[in-house]
Design a protein around this ligand. Sequence first.
Ligand code: EPZ
Length: 420
Amino acid sequence: MDSYKLLITGGIPLMGETYVSGGKNTSVAVIPATLLSDDPCTIENLPDIEDVRVLVDILRGLGAKVEYDPRARRMTVDPRKVTAFHVPYKQSQRMRASYYLLGALLGRCGQAEVGYPGGCTIGNRPVDQHLKAFRALGAEVEDRGAMLSAKGKMVGAGVFFDKITVGGTINAMLAAAKAEGNTILYNAAKEPHIVDLANFLNSMGAKVKGAGTDTIRITGKAHLHGSTYTVIPDQIETGTLMIAAAATRGDVLIRGCIPTHMEALSAKLLEMGVQVSDMDDAIRVRTVRGHRAVNIKTQEYPGFPTDLQQPMSALLTMANGDSIVIETIFESRFKHLNEMQRMGARVRILDQTAIIEGVSELYGAPVTATDLRAGAALVVAGLMAKGTTEIYEPGFIERGYEHIEEKLRSLGADIRREPV
Ligand code: EPZ
């Protein structure tokens, strides 16, 4: 149970400017990749979030020298003294992306023992495709329930993913970067953070081509050198801020983002009647009329991101008409809707489909965050609702959004913490 709750008094239009932090899902892939280098690497623009801090502990536990300055958003990792390859369960359980240490350690030394990952309870989240890739590259893999162990010299191979998987694609890239020979990943994920990882690996002297398409070709390199790299801004934080601006009928300029990463969301907001204006590295979102109901179907990138389904469904609770939301990526990603029903939302859920009937008002109520993006959705709903919403277990939100309370307060939101 978190020691504090969030209190939000809604109905205030968000106005002004804010900025986007570095990407969570890219950072948690790039940081483990530093283990593939023969020399120190420096990563810039890292978000000051729990998941990054967990990785600092894990890398130090492996013997890496890590200097991390959260305020400067900079981390330098010196992997030269890393000889260990075991990540204990109590550490790996603290986040989902701990499983990237499997690919990074296999790529570094041909051996890895990593406790099962944690992460948001949004579905079964198997890792069979990760293990399939490791085996194809020459590893013997053992799934011991709480621990995953893999051992073997990495040799380039073809890997056809039975299912498009972001984590599986990233783990295969990490394991293949220093393999002997060429690897081709077929049916690969195309998310922006896959491209960001490829760019980081290439800045270390790796040879990764085709990232961002469904076929990634990797020529293994025996040695990778140090690099200084700046991770891309967070696509999902950008989208969450866009949705919050629309939800409060505000007028917000979001700086430091990449508009082309936001096209699926921008198109949906425009369809609702929200004004979205793209600039080079900023997006302005404002509302001048009521919101039309729209239908959402989550898809792998460049489709509508599953991570924005939850905040978006909060926005849809007050649209004019019925919206249909189909979640195709995870089996259990509608829990936030049950919480919002306590705020007056009208929702019917049938398997992977939610029908959201627009209402004219939401009311503040006590609600509980069940995962990171559910927490974000409840913040959006709280910003929309009349009266005060109490959000319990807000720690989930801290995992993926840097200083989100300060950012929203700087836009005029009435959001504060209170001890529980
Ligand atoms: C990453 O999770 C993200 N997490 C998720 O963001 C994001 O929702 C997801 O990609 C999809 O974009 C991180 O990057 C740390 P997947 P991941 O492997 O890698 C199934 C957030 O809120 N699958 O693309 O776990 C899986 O069950 C988090 O920031 C297999 O069946 O997602 C799911 O149904 C939540 N076998 C689908 O594929 C496998 O071996 C997509 O999963 C792997 C995945």
